[in-house]
Design a protein around this ligand. Structure first.
Ligand SMILES: CC/C=C\C/C=C\C/C=C\C/C=C\C/C=C\C/C=C\C=C\C(=O)SCCNC(=O)CCNC(=O)[C@H](O)C(C)(C)COP(=O)(O)OP(=O)(O)OC[C@H]1O[C@@H](n2cnc3c(N)ncnc32)[C@H](O)[C@@H]1OP(=O)(O)O
Ligand SMILES: Cc1cc2nc3c(=O)[nH]c(=O)nc-3n(C[C@H](O)[C@H](O)[C@H](O)COP(=O)(O)OP(=O)(O)OC[C@H]3O[C@@H](n4cnc5c(N)ncnc54)[C@H](O)[C@@H]3O)c2cc1C
Length: 655
């Protein structure tokens, strides 16, 4: 069937090449091209197609379908991608397995990265190759039923037995059961387990251990191990998140991951070069999250924008034909700022992934000085990005009206998976408070006359306000954001200090200032996102692409400043606020002809999108009908439940 003419017209009105835009989104022409090649190659392999729509499958079927595809994938892995390239691998996974989770997700995102960051050279020799060849399947078991956020309260113990040179793992209580780790429930046969290291009754705190869970031949749990699936979740049901308990389970001394902390055979403990170095796997995932969440948001927007270009409802001036809903200002206001955010998040994602890769090298060379900065940055970023992604996806769903609520749109699934990110890798509020610690320390440095020692990301906290001329473009909006973040950070810090100086304990003062502190963290992070977006656009060479991204940036900066209006009341007059509001409306109109091309540029395939509403060809209605007819409920005209219950009930009522 040919493309819906409404979408054809939209594409014709685009002022730039989507391939050129994809090269900017994905960091290089080379990677954008590789993505297309991988997508094309996959489309020719019929076994990678869903055997029937995932939304009609039970959880067991989803997991089985994911395993089937993983087994097929193992035959093609080397021919489809450069296996040393993480981004290519992730693209392949997204295309073939989608976003509902699968038994190798944690193997790739946490198990292998933990081995790379935490295992000694000898340990890597023993396990890393096996993991990379997928001879074993691993997961990352840290969270417990009673403890997730507060790692220092974990209960699982690994007690060193000097006589046998083994660690004995135990889960002393019900609350100490590992709870949540992805792929633990049914798939993984090995795990990195985070347990308190106990030597001679001294607790050295949480450390990572390499633990075999299941027999490599029979896949049966090993004696001393209780393991299983934790049940269905809000989304992400293609993954078997699990529970795990230990009863006097012994592992060799060599199974403690010993790149940084070490236990010698006589039970001596060697400290790591940085107290939090064992937290690196979390920093790794957090550094990826802006990118991954940006892609979740992008997926929802591809669906909502394409659908809004074919959905006609109501009239503007011309009463002879209903208008595309994308022409309504309210629809544009609902969707376009999120398009801008999705672009910004992906740009930030590339930046934090690069920073993590550099940090990994530095740490391997003994330099841990960058850890605090990256921890603070990624803590704030994961929190703001996951929250705004959830908001944006929900707006995208509502923008699709009734059909958005149908699983045919697939938006609810994207939403469910994306908002998991508000919780995993550290609950958002808690991570905002981690960033707040860093901001408060920065203010204290300024108060103590050490402004010069501030890092580049917080140097603005020491600056004075300057006059704002909003006609000058994005950099002026950046100054507005700096004003808001600086003011809020000072206010929150001073509140905390005042409470503490009044005699309150440090902890209670912190608690009582914490809402204000999280607000400071959000503003600081939104400033980082804006400045990364501005810098990125500034570096683009292709003038057509750059022009459109400047338009998108204008949507971003005006929307963001309007959104934080309450924090800039002392800086901007109401006339200036009106001016910004009008600039936002003008920017929405400017971006309108490029809206479909901007979402097309994400180059997310129909296979990955799984959305009837978001199809590239825009043939929504006929496919929606086809999709509904394929519902298992429509296999028969009269359901057994009607025959068994409703008919007798109706008959009885007739008497
Ligand atoms: C994805 C793979 C394949 C395919 C993908 C394809 C498609 C995608 C589709 C689907 C997949 C999508 C998503 C993935 C799916 C699911 C999720 C996956 C995994 C989820 C895993 C997890 O959730 S693992 C568990 C995570 N848990 C946490 O994050 C716990 C949070 N808590 C903590 O981190 C800590 O407890 C704490 C930091 C909050 C506090 O630690 P504590 O030790 O108590 O320290 P404090 O006293 O508060 O602070 C002391 C100082 O230490 C500094 N600090 C803390 N952490 C660090 C750090 N990491 N680095 C450096 N410094 C650190 C802190 O700032 C303090 O410093 P001061 O100077 O202020 O003293
Ligand atoms: C989809 C998904 C996948 C996951 N995968 C894994 C995995 O593979 N491996 C793994 O180990 N774990 C995994 N987890 C667990 C996840 O990491 C934890 O759920 C997460 O870290 C939050 O911890 P919690 O559940 O203990 O929340 P809690 O800390 O109990 O949070 C509850 C509430 O308390 C608040 N709160 C807690 N502490 C503070 C504080 N200090 N100050 C202010 N407020 C506070 C929070 O803000 C929140 O509102 C996964 C979770 C999900 C949802």
């Amino acid at each position: 069937m040919s493309e819906n003419p409404d979408l054809t017209n939209e594409r014709a009105s685009g002022t730039f090449e989507t391939n050129a835009m994809a090269a900017v989104i994905y960091g290089s022409e080379k990677f954008a091209q590789r993505r297309r090649e991988i997508t094309e190659a996959i489309s020719k392999i019929p076994e990678f197609q869903d055997s029937h729509p995932l939304v009609f499958m039970s959880r067991e079927e989803k997991i089985s379908e994911a395993c089937r595809k993983l087994a097929v994938l193992s035959n093609y892995w080397n021919s489809l991608i450069d296996t040393s390239d993480e981004e290519e691998a992730l693209h392949l996974y997204r295309e073939v397995l989608g976003l509902e989770g699968h038994p190798l997700a944690l193997h790739e995102t946490m198990f292998i990265p933990s081995l790379i960051a935490q295992a000694s050279d000898e340990q890597q020799e023993k396990w890393l190759g096996r993991a990379q060849r997928r001879e074993i399947i691993g997961c990352y078991a840290q969270t417990e039923m009673g403890h997730g956020t507060n790692l220092r309260a974990l209960e699982t113990t690994a007690t060193f037995d000097i006589s046998t040179r083994e660690f004995i793992l135990n889960s002393p209580t019900i609350t100490s059961l590992k709870w949540w780790p992805g792929a633990l429930g049914k798939s993984a046969n090995w795990s990195i387990v985070i347990a308190n290291l106990i030597i001679k009754e001294h607790n050295y705190g949480p450390h990572p251990f390499m633990v075999q869970l299941r027999d490599e031949k029979s896949h049966e749990p090993l004696p001393g191990i209780t393991v299983g699936d934790i049940g269905p979740k809000m989304a992400f049901n293609g993954a078997d998140n699990g529970f795990l308990g230990f009863k006097n389970y012994r592992i060799p001394r060599e199974n403690m991951l010993m790149r940084h902390s070490k236990v010698t055979s006589d039970g001596s403990y060697i400290k790591p070069p940085h107290a939090k170095i064992g937290y690196s796997s979390m920093v790794k995932v957090r550094s990826r999250m802006a990118m991954d969440q940006g892609l979740f948001l992008a997926s929802a927007l591809v669906i909502a924008v394409r659908y809004s270009a074919v959905r006609r409802q109501g009239y503007l001036e011309d009463k002879s034909r209903e208008v595309k809903v994308l022409d309504y200002q309210t629809q544009q206001h609902r969707l376009f700022p999120s398009i801008a955010r999705a672009y910004a998040f992906i740009f930030c994602g590339f930046e934090t992934i690069r920073l993590y890769d550099q940090l990994l090298i530095d740490v391997q060379n003994g330099n841990t000085s960058g850890m605090a900065d990256l921890h603070a940055l990624t803590s704030g970023l994961k929190s703001v990005v996951t929250y705004q992604t959830g908001e944006g996806i929900e707006q995208a769903r509502m923008a699709c009206g009734g059909h958005g609520y149908s699983m045919a749109s697939y938006i609810s699934e994207i939403y469910g998976v994306a908002i998991g990110g508000c919780t995993y890798e550290g609950e958002n509020m808690v991570m905002l408070l981690q960033l707040a610690r860093y901001l408060v320390k920065s203010i204290e440095m300024i108060q103590n006359g050490k402004s010069r020692e501030l890092g580049p990301m917080v140097a603005y906290l020491a600056e004075n306000e300057s006059e704002i001329d909003l006609n000058l473009g994005p950099n002026e909006y950046l100054k507005v954001f700096e004003y808001a973040a600086r003011n809020q950070t000072w206010r929150a810090t001073e509140k905390f200090q005042k409470l503490r100086n009044s005699g309150m304990s440090n902890e209670e003062a912190w608690n009582q200032a914490s809402v204000e502190l999280t607000r400071a963290s959000r503003l600081h992070t939104r400033l980082y996102i804006m400045s990364t977006f501005i810098n990125h656009v500034g570096s683009i060479v292709d003038q057509k692409v750059k022009g459109v991204l400047i338009d998108l940036l204008n949507v971003h900066v005006t929307y963001e400043v309007m959104d934080i209006g309450i924090y800039v009341q002392g800086l901007l007059s109401s006339n200036q606020m009106d001016l910004i509001r009008n600039q936002l409306y003008v920017s929405l109109e400017t971006i309108r002809p490029n809206a479909v091309s901007l979402v097309d540029s994400f180059q997310i395939s129909d296979m990955q999108l799984r959305s009837v509403l978001g199809r590239r060809d825009g043939n929504v209605y006929e496919n929606l009908f086809k999709w509904a007819k394929s519902s298992p409920l429509n296999k028969t005209d009269v359901l057994p439940s009607v025959t068994q219950y409703l008919k007798p009930m109706m008959e009885k009522s007739k008497l």
